[in-house]
Design a protein around this ligand. Structure first.
Ligand code: NAP
Length: 285
């Protein structure tokens, strides 16, 4: 397929590389220059505007946040009036997804679960929503980037609601593990032992293993998913919860702990660094 790919950050560059590897004709664009070198060497074509990357069958976007996606869609040389089907992978808010779905461009929401190593391995989970025939068109490109595609409805923003709910649950798991590990450690049981027992018994899910290992190692840099992006997501969860009058008391705690992690460690800390807020409050280093 003729595929445009916009946004060559940690996730986007890996996803675009897999599209090239799978034999698609890929045209890429990124706001800052220099991130496309490896892709161009592998056979991708560099576009000089977002619109130029959206002349083929589909254009996939993987950008930081709502503002970035708005700039690429509605800004100068944006993709709004281009022929390609817009497949939006970024974690954005429900309101923006609804707005994009109401525009004149054909649109599929396809946010993803999985961190950069999963993106590199072509093992993301895609959560897709939109018209069935449009999602059908995307199958060949999803095959190149994902291990599984979930279809969650015909209203695109449903996919964003699922993605935001999942990210809230990841942060809730990090909070719960950090509290339990801190309790154990202060009582003389090391974190690694606690994690081994819990992931070997009742808590064997990938989220506990991936984030549990990070909490045990106390290693939050380099960030695979930067805390400011995680904070952006918790703010998007809050906006969705506010709109539907859904109380989410736990959300306030994890959002504050992300703020603490950024204040303590800087903008380049991984969002799992939220666990540091728990440790420090309990008097541990
Ligand atoms: P990233 O490495 O920070 O990349 C962000 C991308 O957005 C870069 O290409 C950046 O361009 C672009 N961008 C930012 N502001 C822009 C603007 N105003 N106009 C145009 N382009 C702009 O982020 P990432 O980790 O790849 O994440 C991308 C998206 O995937 C986010 O929505 C994130 O929440 C979601 N996500 C991330 C993960 C993860 O584990 N990292 C997992 C699942 C989903 P420049 O190069 O010019 O800065």
């Amino acid at each position: 397929m003729k595929v445009g790919f916009i946004g060559l950050g940690q996730m986007g560059s890996a996803m675009a590389a897999n599209l090239v590897k799978a034999g698609h004709a890929v045209t890429v664009w990124n706001r800052s220059p220099g991130k496309d070198d490896a892709l161009v060497a592998a056979g991708a074509v560099l576009a000089d505007t977002p619109a130029a990357a959206a002349q083929g069958d589909v254009v996939m976007t993987m950008l930081a946040d709502d503002r970035a996606l708005e700039a690429v869609v509605f800004g100068e040389d944006g993709i709004l009036d281009c022929p390609a089907l817009h497949v939006s992978h970024s974690t954005i808010g429900v309101a923006l997804a609804d707005r994009l779905a109401g525009e004149r461009q054909r649109y599929v929401a396809a946010p993803v679960f999985g961190r950069p190593p999963a993106a590199e391995a072509g093992k993301l989970f895609v959560v897709a929503a939109g018209a069935d025939d449009l999602i059908d068109l995307c199958e060949p490109v999803f095959e190149a980037i994902a291990q599984r595609v979930f279809r969650v409805g015909t209203t695109p923003s449903a996919a964003n609601l699922v993605k935001l709910s999942g990210n809230f649950m990841i942060m809730a798991a990090v909070e719960a593990m950090a509290e339990a590990m801190t309790l154990a450690e202060k009582g003389g049981v090391d974190r690694a032992t606690l994690l081994e027992v819990l992931t070997g018994t009742l808590f064997s899910a990938p989220v506990y293993k991936t984030y549990g290992d990070m909490l045990v190692a106390d290693k939050f840099k380099p960030a695979g998913f930067a805390a400011p992006l995680g904070l952006k997501d918790m703010n998007l969860v809050d906006a969705a919860a506010g709109a539907s009058r859904t109380p989410m008391p736990l959300l306030g705690i994890v959002r504050d702990h992300l703020r603490t992690a950024i204040a303590l460690e800087g903008e380049d800390v991984d969002w799992a660094g939220a666990g540091l807020a728990v440790r420090r409050a309990a008097g541990l280093d």
